[in-house]
Design a protein. Structure first.
Length: 408
């Protein structure tokens, strides 16, 4: 039997998340609710109240989210703050989630996984042969410094976990001194609250970037690193881009197919590093593609914020800030030891031991009179170690503290 227009419309616009697309309207008692006329009057698409569709449809909300994200990214770029392409969309999503309620919008799963895998390839691109050679030359020194920073950060994370400043192992992931994007993505796969992890990680990124810029100006009277030109559409090597995108899709599929925890980061990182190291792949990631990836990740985090989460973050802010400043102070002491006992110049030592914000540190290092390969080797080595030891540390601290992940 041929479906009526009303039935066809109902099939095309099913209820969302268990609730009707539009609020029901009151029917006269005599109306047959099972008839086509009844279904139309039930609020599916009454002609006299078609404006309700736009009130509940998601497209205008996505447009609004994109507009707010763009404004925030431009504003953050003008201020010269780091990670603007991720922080802007995340803050925009938080604003929208608090305004219309969490769960009203949701980032589709596969585009999100693709964006996360792109971050893995971005990290793989930073692992060059020169950096690996520098790390191999001074391996004991690098390992000592890297382990010292990680142990200090893990200790602070353990204290925050014991004091229940944040729920469960969230503080362990949030205290991780580097690989902010990866920690946010992987923390959720291991049961932590990615929203609060993002709050801790990107607060630290801002602190570290500002401090490194100030130290670079005051310590050696050099100009602080200026952000590179914001070129959204640079020249592109299209064959390399096609290969990168294809491998990104394959890596995301493998991570899901074989249920690899944190695999959307680790699989592309390993694949990209090996192929790049053997000269089989040029990782091509134009800024417009990275902007899409960062926006998807930022929206996915921000859209799940609730007023309870924001209030919890506000209550935890003083202690989280204190832990960040303490970690930065410890790293400053390590930089002093590196200068005194290894003969490394002061600014190189400070930038090398800065706890995260690697992108900003790289910009400042490139525009200052420092040993750039040494700085990037230290930052990259710590990132790799954190990436593969973070889950083990989180589980170890969870067992030692006797705490389970608890929702806020």
């Amino acid at each position: 039997m041929t479906a009526s227009p009303a039935d066809a419309y109902i099939d095309a616009y099913p209820p969302v998340s268990g609730r009707p697309l539009l609020p029901p309207v009151r029917l006269p008692a005599s109306t047959d609710r099972g008839s086509s006329i009844g279904k139309i009057c039930m609020g599916i698409m009454p002609l006299y109240d078609a404006s309700r569709f736009f009130r509940y449809a998601s497209l205008p909300r996505w447009i609004l989210l994109l507009s707010i994200s763009t404004l925030l990214v431009v504003g953050l770029e003008m201020l010269g703050l780091p990670a603007s392409l991720l922080i802007g969309p995340m803050v925009a999503a938080i604003i929208l989630a608090l305004s219309i309620g969490p769960g009203s919008l949701r980032v589709p799963r596969w585009p999100l996984l693709f964006g996360q895998a792109l971050v893995g390839f971005l990290m793989a691109r930073a692992i060059t042969v020169d950096i690996l050679k520098t790390m191999a030359t001074d391996a004991p020194l690098f390992l000592a410094m890297i382990f010292s920073v990680i142990v200090a950060a893990a200790g602070l994370g353990w204290l925050l976990t014991r004091w229940q400043v944040l729920p469960g192992t969230t503080a362990v992931w949030g205290s991780s001194p580097g690989a902010a994007s990866a920690m946010v993505i992987m923390s959720e796969a291991y049961g932590a609250d990615a929203r609060l992890v993002a709050f801790m990680q990107y607060l630290r990124v801002v602190f570290v970037a500002v401090a490194a810029s100030v130290v670079s100006r005051l310590w050696v009277a050099a100009d602080g690193g200026e952000p590179p030109a914001f070129i959204l559409f640079p020249p592109v090597d299209w064959p390399a881009l096609a290969a990168t995108v294809a491998l990104t899709c394959l890596s995301a599929y493998i991570a899901v197919r074989f249920r690899i925890q944190g695999g959307t980061i680790t699989v592309p990182l390993v694949v990209g590093s090996l192929l790049q190291g053997f000269g089989l792949l040029t990782i091509e990631l134009p800024l417009w593609l990275l902007a899409i990836s960062y926006a998807l990740i930022g929206w996915n985090i921000g859209l799940r914020f609730t007023r309870g989460i924001v209030m919890h973050a506000a209550r935890a802010l003083p202690r989280v800030t204190a832990s960040i400043l303490l970690l930065m102070s410890i790293c400053g002491c390590m930089a002093l030891a590196l200068h005194k006992f290894a003969g490394v110049d002061p600014l190189t030592a400070y930038l090398a031991t800065s706890p995260g914000g690697a992108d900003s540190v790289a910009i400042i290092a490139a525009s200052s009179d420092v040993d750039v390969p040494f700085v990037m080797a230290m930052q990259t080595g710590r990132f790799l170690l954190i990436l593969f030891t973070g889950p083990m540390l989180a589980r170890f601290i969870a067992r030692r503290s006797g705490l389970a992940e608890k929702p806020v």
